[in-house]
Design a protein around this ligand. Structure first.
Ligand code: HEM
Length: 528
C-alpha cells in the first residue's frame, strides 16, 4: 500500500512530470527531424534549414534567396525535403514535375500557404486573393479573371497612356538635356499612378506631387516587412489558424481602415458619377450588379451570385472583400512592376546596343502606323518583349512559388505520397539562375527569347508569374505596363550609367519582393 502511494506521489511530482514532457518533446522533435529520412527522400537536414531561416529572420538574407540556396543544396535531385523550423516542406526542382504538380496536381496544391483564410466576420481585407483558399478563392478569382481580358486591357491602355503623359511631362521639366535621375523612385511613383488609375479610377498624382500622395504611403505599408509580418508568419508557422484565433492580422488596423474607407468612398463616387469610366472597380461593380442602396445602405453589399455548376453555394461580396481585392492589387502588383522596370533600365544603361535595337524597332513601327503606338502596335514590338522577358528571368522578383498540400498527392512513378499540410516551394530564382536551363545566367541576353531560341527554354523552368490556375491574375496588365513604360523612355532618352550608379544591384532583404537595395541612379540623355 505504502509503495503504491509512493508510486502515485512520484507520478505527480514535478520532476517526473517534467521528464514526461521532455520525453514527449524529444519524441516529437526526433520524429519531425527524421520526417524525410524515414521516407527515404533526399533532404536538407533540419539544423541547416534552421541556420538558413535564422539568416533570413535576422535580415541577412532575403527569404527568396534562402529557397534558392535550398534549390542549389539539392542539386542532382528532382525534388527533396527541407524544413521550416520543424514543418516538413518539399523543394521541387525538376521543371517537368513543376508543370505536372501545379497544373495537373492542382487539386492537391491549390492554396498558397501564406496564411489562414481571412476572417470573414472581422474587420479584415477579406478579398485578398493571394491569401484566399478553397472555394472562396475560386469564387473571387472567377470574378477577377474577366477584368484582365484583352478587351478590358485595351480600355486600360488609354488610362496607361494618360499616366505616361504625366511622367513624360515630369521628365521634360526635370531633364533639360541630360540629368542624373533616381530611376527607382520615378518608376515606382509612375507605377502607383497606373495602379491607382486602372484599379480604382483614382488620380494619385504620385509622379507630380509625391509628398501629398497618401495612397502611396499606405501602399508602402501594405507590404510592410516589419515586426508585424514577422510575428504573423511565426504564428502562422506554429499553426495556420493561430493568427486568426489571436485576432492578429498581417495588415495593420490603419492600413485595413484606409483601404476599406477608400474603396467605399470611391464606390460611392463612381455610382453617383454620370461620367463613364473604365477601371477595375467600375467593372467589378458592374459585373456584380451592385445596387445603389447596397452601397449607401448597410455595411454589407448583399449580392447573390450564381457560381457555376460545382459551386451552388451563394456568396456575399462585402465591402471588405472589394477592399481586399484592391489591397491585393497594391501588394501584389505595385512593387514587382517597379522592380522589373528599374532593373530593365539598369540593364539597358549597361547595354547601349540593346537600347538601340529597341529604339530602332519602335521607329519602324511608328513609320508604319503614325507616331502613336497603339495597343495593337505594342504587341508587335517583339524585341522589346524579349528584353522584358529576359529582365523577368534575371530578376525573378517573386522569387519562389509556394503551395500547401490540401489533399494527399501521389508522386507519379514512385511509392511516395505527399501528405496534407506539407508545404511546397519552387524556387524561381534557383531555376532562372540554373546554368542547366539558362547558360551564363548572369548574362543579360534577350536573344534567349528570340523566335530562333525560344524552343530551347525547358517548359517549367521559366516561371516569373507562376503557373497553373493560380498564375498571376495581373500578368497581362503587368507586361503591358512594363513594355509601355520602357518603350516611352527609350523613345525619348538614352539611358547611361553615371557616377552614382551601383556597380551591381544588391538585394534588399527588408523588402517583401526581390529587388534592388537603395537608390538606383542613371543618367537620362534626351534623344535629338
Ligand atoms: C512584374 C509584375 C508581376 C509579377 C512578376 C507577378 C508575379 C506573381 C506571382 C509569381 C504570383 C504567384 C503565382 C502562383 O502562385 O503560381 C502572383 C500572384 C498574383 N498577382 Fe502578380 N505579379 C506581377 C504583377 C501583378 C499585377 C500588376 C497585379 C494586379 C493588378 C498582380 C496581382 C496578383 C494577384 C492578385 C495574385 C494572386 C493570384 C491568386 O492567388 O489567384 N500581379 N503574381
Amino acid at each position: 500500500m505504502e509503495s503504491l502511494q509512493n508510486l502515485l506521489y512520484a507520478a505527480v511530482s514535478p520532476v517526473f512530470l517534467s521528464l514526461c514532457v521532455a520525453a514527449l518533446i524529444w519524441i516529437h522533435l526526433r520524429d519531425s527531424i527524421n520526417y524525410w529520412a524515414k521516407r527515404g527522400i533526399p533532404h536538407i537536414p533540419a539544423h541547416r534549414c534552421l541556420v538558413l531561416l535564422l539568416a533570413e529572420k535576422f535580415g541577412w538574407k532575403h527569404d527568396m534567396e534562402m529557397y534558392c540556396d535550398m534549390y542549389n543544396a539539392l542539386e542532382g535531385h528532382s525534388y527533396g525535403g527541407a524544413f521550416e523550423v520543424l514543418k516538413p516542406t518539399i523543394i521541387l526542382r525538376d521543371p517537368a514535375m513543376v508543370n505536372a504538380w501545379l497544373v495537373k496536381g492542382f487539386s492537391s496544391f491549390r492554396d498558397h500557404h501564406s496564411g489562414s483564410a481571412p476572417d470573414e466576420e472581422g474587420e479584415n481585407l477579406t478579398g485578398e486573393l493571394f491569401a484566399l483558399t478553397g472555394d472562396r478563392w475560386r469564387q473571387v478569382r472567377s470574378k477577377l479573371t474577366p477584368l484582365f481580358s484583352p478587351a478590358k486591357l485595351k480600355l486600360m491602355y488609354e488610362t496607361l497612356k494618360e499616366c505616361t503623359e504625366e511622367l513624360k511631362d515630369h521628365l521634360r521639366q526635370t531633364v533639360d538635356d541630360e540629368a542624373d535621375v533616381e530611376i527607382k523612385d520615378v518608376v515606382s511613383r509612375h507605377a502607383m499612378d497606373v495602379i491607382g488609375a486602372c484599379a480604382l479610377g483614382v488620380k494619385c498624382n504620385a509622379v507630380k506631387d509625391p509628398e501629398n500622395c497618401v495612397i502611396m504611403k499606405v501602399a508602402n505599408r501594405v507590404l510592410d516587412v516589419g515586426w508585424r509580418s514577422s510575428v504573423y508568419f511565426f504564428l502562422n508557422l506554429v499553426h495556420p489558424r493561430l493568427p486568426h484565433l489571436l485576432g492578429f492580422s498581417l495588415r495593420s488596423p490603419e492600413v485595413v481602415a484606409f483601404m476599406t474607407s477608400l474603396t467605399k468612398d470611391v464606390m460611392r463616387m463612381k455610382k453617383e458619377s454620370e461620367q463613364p469610366s473604365q477601371h477595375f472597380l467600375r467593372m467589378l461593380m458592374d459585373s456584380c450588379e451592385l445596387q445603389e442602396e447596397d452601397i449607401h445602405g448597410s455595411k454589407t453589399i448583399s449580392l447573390q451570385q450564381e457560381l457555376g455548376a460545382e459551386q451552388k453555394e451563394s456568396f456575399k461580396i462585402t465591402e471588405d472583400y472589394v477592399a481586399g481585392v484592391f489591397a491585393s492589387f497594391l501588394s501584389a502588383g505595385l512593387e514587382p512592376i517597379s522592380i522589373i522596370v528599374t532593373c530593365c533600365f539598369y540593364e539597358l544603361a549597361h547595354h547601349p546596343e540593346i537600347q538601340d535595337r529597341i529604339f530602332n524597332e519602335i521607329q519602324t513601327i511608328k513609320e508604319g502606323s503614325g507616331s502613336d503606338i497603339t495597343f495593337e502596335d505594342l504587341k508587335k514590338l517583339q524585341y522589346l518583349e524579349q528584353v522584358v522577358k529576359e529582365t523577368l528571368r534575371k530578376y525573378p522578383t517573386a522569387g519562389f512559388i509556394h503551395r500547401e498540400c490540401t489533399e494527399p498527392f501521389h508522386i507519379p512513378d514512385s511509392s511516395i505520397v505527399v501528405e496534407k499540410g506539407v508545404r511546397l516551394f519552387i524556387s524561381t530564382c534557383g531555376l532562372h539562375r540554373d546554368p542547366k536551363y539558362f547558360p551564363e545566367p548572369d548574362k543579360f541576353d534577350p536573344d534567349r527569347f528570340s523566335k530562333e531560341n525560344i524552343h530551347k527554354i525547358v517548359p517549367g523552368s521559366y516561371l516569373p508569374f507562376g503557373e497553373g490556375p493560380r498564375v498571376c491574375v495581373g500578368k497581362q496588365l503587368a507586361l503591358m505596363n512594363i513594355k509601355h513604360m520602357v518603350m516611352n523612355l527609350v523613345s525619348d532618352y538614352t539611358l547611361q550609367t553615371c557616377e552614382k550608379t551601383q556597380n551591381c544591384l544588391r538585394t534588399d532583404p527588408q523588402k517583401f519582393f526581390l529587388g534592388p537595395k537603395g537608390e538606383v541612379w542613371l543618367r537620362l540623355k534626351k534623344r535629338k
